[in-house]
Design a protein around this ligand. Structure first.
Ligand code: PHE
Length: 339
């Protein structure tokens, strides 16, 4: 038996092949149920007791070596076949893909850039606000429906602490802390208690603008917004102002731009009117100036506010607001820009 084991050990050690069939036959010959090594294990019971220790060790060594040999040869085979087959190890790796900015960030940066050219600075404020900065200082009467639970998210049932519903709150803070001339825009997230649909979301982004100085007039507002419309939607864009109402501006207006998709002829985006509603604006109500310690006899100002999602929808023809929040890369990858 010892001679047989030694013979097989030499055979295992000297065996070499890069042919998968030969390797498999070698495995079957030695290690399968009817293989030579298996048969030797079966004969082990016939070995006289005094030889059992030595023969046992030799048998185990033979089995381990045979197994290792088969595994080594198979592994070598796999590496070799990759080189020839599907995978070419000399090819360069996949390049890292560069991400793109979110469309809301692109448009927000573009709007900021346009107003920066007119000398507007950027101001930011807290998303969790108090009633004074969101409503009271802005002339909202106590019974105003915006304060209603249905429109505003309150924190911990305390009606004085809430998520801001617009970034006009930042402008109040700005007026409280600095002296005119003030020329600033406040971009940021705002929150309203609305059911989520293609046209509405409970979280969205606003950019509000404020300009306060001596002799600021409605003509200044109009010219500023016309400049913005041209820069944002193209030189041919027309604007129109419709009378409106906000508690903090007087007079107030809504601005429409001519539909850039159909050139004003009428299409399903502008609902065949040729016009798209883009923002609210007006002259800052003197009592808002007084609320923040600014002399309303000396100073006047204008303000405006727009939704970044809305502008993005109009600029890129996005039909469903929810796409902005789903972050599906197939959607996000479509927006390339200098911003
Ligand atoms: N704060 C208003 C809103 O959220 C927008 C607005 C800002 C209107 C400034 C007029 C002047 O709808």
């Amino acid at each position: 038996m010892i001679t047989k084991i030694k013979e097989l050990l030499t055979e295992v050690e000297s065996f070499h092949s890069s042919n998968p069939d030969e390797i498999e036959n070698f495995r079957i010959k030695l290690l399968s149920k009817k293989g030579l090594v298996t048969a030797l294990f079966a004969d082990f019971k016939l070995v006289p007791n005094e030889d059992k220790k030595l023969v046992g060790q030799m048998l185990n060594e033979l089995k381990d070596k045979a197994l290792n040999k088969v595994n080594e040869l198979k592994a070598a085979l796999e590496v070799a076949s990759h080189g020839k087959g599907g995978m070419d190890l000399t090819l360069p790796g996949y390049p890292d893909e560069l991400g793109t900015r979110h469309p809301i960030s692109i448009v927000k940066n573009e709007i900021i850039d346009i107003f920066a050219r007119l000398g507007f600075t950027i101001s930011e404020g807290p998303e969790i606000e108090d009633d004074w900065h969101v409503f009271t200082a802005l002339n909202f009467p106590p019974e105003h429906p915006a304060r209603d639970m249905q429109d505003t998210f309150f924190i911990q049932k305390n009606p004085d602490i809430l998520l801001r519903t617009h970034t006009s709150s930042v402008q109040i803070r700005e007026m409280e802390h600095s002296k005119p001339p003030i020329r600033t825009i406040s971009p940021g997230r705002v929150f309203r208690n609305e059911a989520i649909s293609a046209r509405a979301h409970c979280i969205f982004h606003q950019i509000e603008g404020l300009y306060i100085d001596e002799n600021v007039s409605f003509a200044d507002l109009k010219q500023t917004l016309l400049y913005f419309a041209h820069e944002m939607f193209g030189e041919k864009t027309k604007i129109r102002l419709r009378p409106s109402y906000f508690p903090f501006t007087e007079p107030s207006a809504e601005m429409d731009v001519s539909c850039n998709l159909c050139g004003g002829k009428g299409c399903n985006v502008c609902k065949y009117t040729g016009w798209l509603e883009v923002l609210g604006c007006g002259m800052v109500d003197p009592s808002v100036l007084e609320n923040t310690g600014i002399d309303s006899k000396k100073y006047t100002g204008f303000a405006f506010g727009m939704g970044v999602e809305r502008i993005t929808m109009l600029k890129y023809g996005v039909k469903d607001l929810r796409l902005y929040f789903e972050n599906d890369v197939r959607f996000l990858r479509q927006f390339q820009s200098a911003y």
